[in-house]
Design a protein around this ligand. Structure first.
Ligand code: VGL
Ligand code: ZN
Length: 204
């Protein structure tokens, strides 16, 4: 199966970032990533380990309004997915979301696409109509300097999130057993991982 979590990953100043493991990106969803469900055990293991160590667990979520600019009906590349208020926008039920995990919503502007979690803003269930700080601000405030990134899709939101994290000055590791890609063009995911490595991301 997948490789164990290196002990030095579980340390003060480190956080796990789970990108867009939502129903619509998993098998059966409207924009299913092939084998997207194969990452579930790895994701749950990293989430459980970081949660148990008292380290931050961050989830990003695509959270589009109906008729978002990225949808076919508006000339975009994608079928409707992760529409606000639909079951497809929910984190997949096989993923463990611990109490205390934080969520960052992105793609909420109807006229602008946003692949990177760093374009997301904190969602607080006590104030569901407001948004909090952006991801970089929140992580810095929490004293985080190293991110372990998992999720969907390798060639879109994982790629964009990891690149933005490097640009924002974080150390970044991508957990390969914990990511899967769309591969609209064969090889997109492998090319994305190579690009991340060239940008300074550790391939774990
Ligand atoms: C994503 C396509 C469209 C992703 C989001 O999460 O990778 N891909 N919107
Ligand atoms: Zn989207």
């Amino acid at each position: 199966m997948s490789s164990p979590i290196p002990p030095n990953a579980v340390a003060l100043g480190h956080a796990v970032v789970v990108v867009d493991v939502q129903r619509d990106f998993c098998p059966g969803g409207s924009l299913a990533v092939p084998d997207g469900d194969r990452i579930f055990p790895t994701v749950n293991r990293w989430v459980r380990t970081f949660q148990a160590a008292g380290l931050p667990v961050v989830f990003t979520q695509d959270h589009h309004p109906p008729r978002h600019i990225s949808f076919h009906e508006r000339g975009g590349p994608w079928p409707p997915h992760c529409v606000q208020g639909t079951s497809g926008a929910a984190i997949h039920p096989a993923i463990w979301v611990p109490v205390g995990a934080v969520r960052f919503y992105k793609g909420e502007d109807p006229d602008r696409d946003a692949y990177s979690g760093f374009e997301g803003r904190l969602y607080d269930p006590r104030e569901p109509d407001r948004r909090g700080p952006d991801l970089a601000s929140w992580l810095r405030e929490a004293g985080i300097h190293h991110l372990y990134v998992l999720g969907l899709a390798t060639d879109y939101c994982v790629r964009a999130t990891a690149l933005d994290a490097i640009r924002a000055g974080f150390a970044v590791s991508v957990v390969e057993a914990g990511v899967r890609g769309v591969d609209r063009n064969p090889g997109d995911s492998e090319r994305a991982l190579a690009e991340l490595a060239a940008a300074g991301v550790e391939r774990l």
